[in-house]
Design a protein around this ligand. Structure first.
Ligand code: SF4
Length: 108
């Protein structure tokens, strides 16, 4: 399952600046981010951006070696709300466990 984020997440991640978020149409922002290879899809209706994944299928922000989130303090809302995010393991991605065969949810 790919990582879906909203505009405030992108601002917190430093991918979109606050001025741009306030003054530019999300569709325009999405076009720019798509060209830059930072997102792979924009759902216009839900205003949800799908963050581009690595070739491995991992989240763009996951360190391949340590399996830690490289943007932990600024991570998107959806990552904060993941049930495993409640565990006291700072910097660990709740989706970052090695993928298991047939598992659709750990490829971020
Ligand atoms: S917590 Fe995981 S899915 Fe969320 S941004 Fe970090 S590496 Fe990506």
């Amino acid at each position: 399952m790919p990582l879906e984020v909203r505009l405030p997440d992108l601002v917190r991640l430093g991918i979109v600046d606050a001025f741009e978020a306030e003054h530019e149409a999300p569709k325009q922002i999405a076009r720019r981010l798509e060209k830059a290879g930072l997102i792979e899809h924009f759902n216009f209706k839900r205003e949800v951006f799908t963050v581009a994944r690595r070739a491995s299928g991992d989240c763009h922000f996951l360190d391949a070696k340590t399996r830690r989130c490289t943007v932990y303090e600024q991570r998107p809302e959806i990552c904060r709300k993941h049930p495993q995010a409640m565990s006291p393991r700072p910097h660990h991605c709740p989706y970052g466990a090695k993928r298991q065969a047939g598992s659709a949810g750990h490829d971020r």
